[in-house]
Write a protein that binds this ligand. Structure first.
Ligand SMILES: *Cc1c(COP(=O)(O)O)cnc(C)c1O
Length: 862
């Protein structure tokens, strides 16, 4: 029988247990073990069976048990302590209040997915986990972020396997009433909604849910509401599903609707309006169009601005983070589709000329497609500040998008980088924290953790790692059994699972999404060789593998099937397992339980990667291609680098080479070190050199891989400069009006800007270190004045082809002005390094509101 209607009855807690509702209502429990203990105490079995979900636990808890707890002094005491702790966490001044007094009053952080807790499954992989960790770290630091996302009725999908090992997707319905979120409501109790307009004037309504992520509210828009006709209720059905138009509607809701939700949230709660807007990947880019709409229509607070002025206001306060160098990962829509959604007076952004919107996403560079609207390109045009997510990815992104600033070398393309980080309290096992605390580490001072690393006796380190490995083995066996049963095997065939995996064997983890560049099956390149490693009589390895393929990616599903078939083989199945449905719940025991974390992407497609960071924080050693973050922070001793055959044109030969290198490392370096135990002395039985490496991993990587480091970097390098610039364009946008007019003037005058003549003197026939080079440049500026430009001496090492590399810039100052817009600029430079040296002179636009010399894309070289 099917129900014709369903709703969830919220539990009424006995009055003394009121605080349980408060604790369950704030996701801070997800990274606060003492609060988890309070929930577990209610009913340990239920806590496990709900997958650590306080809302469901309270919904299903036995009434009699709750009544007994309501009279249990000990429990009430622990409950009160947890509530006090939460209150203090929410109220007290933290890093941001002390260190960034002039920072933005609020920051809107937009992302298509958020991975915060297993109990709120609104993520597909790394991008979402990163967004979740960003919010949590912001909360810990007191950074006033407001998250904006969508609430997907089915989340991403749940993965299982067919008998043949083919990925099966299912889409369980998530009932908002059973999620740790609450509806945003007007003062009169009615639900707050926002509306965007679809072609034909059709309204798309979304209600707004709020998840409390510690101090950070996360607004989630949900189109599944009675106000919408049936076919529009599915706009927020699932993450990354559907055709282009479906995706476009989702992204309009996220960007345009998300901005409106932020406005509604401020109106209702009195929270300060965001001064900076950060878009995590290009999907939310329409938020900039909505801000332009606000500013160019009379609705705007400070009266209508023209498009160009509104663009300057918007750009100054927008940050765009690009997350992938994989072309297929970049969101592109048919241009005509976007046109349809923005055309006319009843479009998604009424009043904003559709041709201006289309121009924002146009691929105007060599090789660009005129029929495409590119969300990443729009991201760069709408954000004055942009970044990639590791040093290498910054470099790759500058190359990839150099076409947007063709007059500049890659190094000056205005895309920086901030390397991702992970939220330690979410990802580090309690046992690991406990060891450090026993040696004096203090939660309020992260540095004390790294100082404690050397103090913990090796024997305790090793015992803890074994316990964590054992927990993983148990969890893996449970998942394996469930998976084989689901695949149709009978319990009688599964006796072997009791001995699958071994808590004393070197354990290697590999879990991530399954796009082709991550090369799930690289390790299967030579199956016999892998078998030999798995079954080595003295030094065996075991592998725990997991990952979801996108539902439309049959290639990825085939890779999973190859892996599953290999792992089904009775000869090796106790040493290699594929666990279906990789998610936060699986990940949390997985990282601490692994000795080695393996990553073998096709360099340089892994923009950053974060799973290896989570492993490192739990004392796992990384074994990885030098891609993403590992390219930056591998130091020769904190793990192993798999040599990559970059530049090899034949992908098969490249895979062969890299797989062979991986096997060699495992056989000759990794396994011997793990099993090489001291035979005498205090450390007898311990792999002393391994433990040394583990300590070094923690000390060298620990401070760097933290999400708090990442969020501080965002605040100091992007949010604070952005808000300073945005404020300087005020009051009443007068600065923005002037800036837009100035840019217009510079662009039209630029064709007349020329360097007519350069004189260099002061160095003899045989220049030597210490000589001073004096330069005079005669420039024609046309209608521009000397204050509109910087004339720069650009110097550096000259390559054999006279290309300047490792350049530095010395400003030249005006010496004399002549008639007809001609000027002489001069300056000098002392030669400080021997070797080939070269210089040139250039003119670039100058304005204190620019964030980069390349911003206008114009330059004149000698
Ligand atoms: C950390 C994490 C990821 C991201 O892993 P990458 O190394 O960035 O590929 C994906 N899924 C889950 C569940 C994670 O915890």
């Amino acid at each position: 029988m099917r129900a014709i209607r369903r709703f969830t009855v919220r539990p009424v807690l006995p009055e003394p247990l009121h605080a349980l509702g408060t604790l369950a209502g704030n996701l801070r429990w997800a990274w606060h073990p003492p609060t988890q203990d309070v929930f577990a105490e209610i009913d340990e079995d239920l806590w496990q069976s709900t997958g650590h979900d306080p809302v469901r636990l309270l919904g299903e808890a036995d009434r009699g048990r709750l009544d007994r707890l309501a009279g249990d002094e000990g429990f009430l005491h622990r409950l009160a302590a947890a509530e006090d702790d939460l209150q203090r966490y929410l109220d007290e001044d933290r890093w941001y209040q002390r260190a960034v007094p002039d920072g933005p009053r609020a920051i809107g952080y937009f992302s298509p997915e958020f991975g915060i807790a297993a109990a709120l499954p609104q993520y597909s992989g790394g991008l979402g986990i990163l967004a979740g960790d960003h919010l949590k770290a912001a909360s810990d630091l007191g950074v006033p972020i407001v998250g904006v996302g969508l609430l997907y009725r089915h989340g991403y999908f749940s993965q299982s396997l067919s008998r043949e090992g083919w990925q099966q997707e299912s889409y369980p319905v998530l009932d908002p009433d059973e999620l740790p979120i609450s509806a945003l409501r007007e003062a009169d109790g009615s639900r707050t909604t926002v509306t965007i307009t679809l072609p034909g004037g059709q309204p798309l309504v979304a209600r707004i849910w709020v998840a409390s992520v510690g101090r950070v509210p996360l607004l989630m828009l949900d189109a599944d509401t009675e106000e919408n006709p049936e076919q529009l209720r599915t706009v927020t059905d699932r993450l990354y599903g559907g055709n282009s138009e479906h995706r476009l509607r989702q992204e309009l809701l996220l960007g345009v609707g998300g901005m409106r939700a932020l406005r509604a949230y401020s109106r209702i709660t009195g929270a300060p309006a965001p001064e900076v807007f950060h878009t995590n990947e290009g999907h939310a880019g329409f938020l900039g169009v909505e801000r332009i709409r606000e500013l160019t229509t009379a609705d705007g607070e400070k009266g209508p601005l023209d498009f160009d002025t509104a663009l300057e206001v918007t750009r100054a306060s927008t940050i765009f983070t690009t997350h992938t160098p994989v072309p297929a990962g970049i969101d592109r829509f048919p241009r005509t589709l976007v046109e349809q959604y923005f055309a006319g007076e009843a479009g998604a952004a009424p009043g904003v000329p559709v041709d201006r919107v289309l121009a924002l996403g146009a691929e105007t560079y060599d090789g660009g497609d005129p029929n495409v609207f590119n969300m990443a390109v729009m991201g760069f045009r709408l954000a004055q500040r942009a970044n990639g997510v590791s040093r290498l990815h910054g470099h790759v992104s500058r190359e990839m998008f150099n076409g947007l600033w063709p007059a500049f070398d890659e190094a000056e393309v205005p895309i920086g980088s901030i390397t991702n980080g992970v939220h330690a309290p979410t990802w580090v096992a309690r046992e690991v924290y406990a060891l450090a605390e026993q040696e004096g580490a203090d939660h309020n001072d992260p540095d004390t953790f790294w100082a404690a690393v050397d103090k913990v006796p090796g024997r305790q380190v090793w015992a803890a790692k074994r316990a964590l490995r054992e927990r993983l083995v148990k969890d893996a066996r449970r998942r394996l059994r469930a998976s084989y049963l689901k695949r149709g095997l009978s319990p009688a065939e599964l006796g072997w699972i009791d001995d699958a995996l071994d808590p004393d064997v070197l354990t290697i983890g590999f879990a991530r999404r399954v796009p082709s560049y991550k090369r799930l099956t690289l390790m299967l390149r030579d199956p016999e060789r892998l078998k030999t490693l798995l079954l080595h009589p003295e030094r065996p390895i075991q592998l725990v593998i997991a990952g979801k393929a996108h539902p439309a990616d049959d290639g990825g599903k085939k890779l999973i099937q190859d892996m599953v078939r290999f792992a089904d083989d009775p000869e090796v199945r106790h040493r290699i397992v594929f666990l279906p449905n990789y998610d936060i719940a699986m990940a949390q025991p997985l990282y601490p339980g692994c000795d080695v974390w393996l990553n073998n992407p096709l360099r340089p497609y892994e923009a950053c990667g974060t799973s290896g960071m989570k492993a490192a924080l739990n004392g796992g050693l990384n074994l990885s291609i030098l891609d993403g973050w590992w390219d930056e922070w591998f130091d020769g001793d904190n793990g192993w680098a798999i040599p990559s055959a970059d530049g090899y044109d034949d992908p098969h030969a490249r895979d062969d080479l890299e797989a062979a290198a991986l096997y060699d490392l495992l056989e000759h370096e990794v396994a011997p070190r793990f099993y090489d135990a001291a035979t005498t002395g205090d450390d007898a039985g311990l792999p002393v050199r391994w433990i040394e490496m583990l300590r070094h991993t923690l000390k060298s990587l620990g401070p760097k891989v933290l999400a708090t480091r990442m969020v501080r970097d965002y605040v100091q390098q992007l949010y604070a400069p952005a808000v300073a610039n945005a404020r300087s364009l005020d009051p009443d946008h007068r600065g923005a009006v002037a800036l837009a007019a100035w840019k217009q003037r510079v662009r039209s005058a630029w064709p007349a800007v020329r360097i007519e003549h350069v004189e260099g003197e002061g160095i003899g026939d045989v220049p030597q270190v210490g000589d001073t080079l004096s330069v005079r440049a005669y420039v024609a500026l046309g209608d521009l004045g000397p204050d509109d430009v910087d004339v720069q001496l650009v110097h550096g090492r000259a390559s054999a082809e006279d290309e300047l590399v490792r350049t530095a810039v010395t400003p030249l100052t005006e010496v004399e002005a002549y008639d007809g817009g001609r000027h002489c600029f001069g300056g000098s430079l002392t030669l400080s390094r021997s070797g080939p040296f070269g210089y040139t002179v250039r003119v670039v636009p100058r304005n204190s509101h620019l964030a980069s010399v390349a911003e206008l894309g114009v330059v004149a070289y000698a």
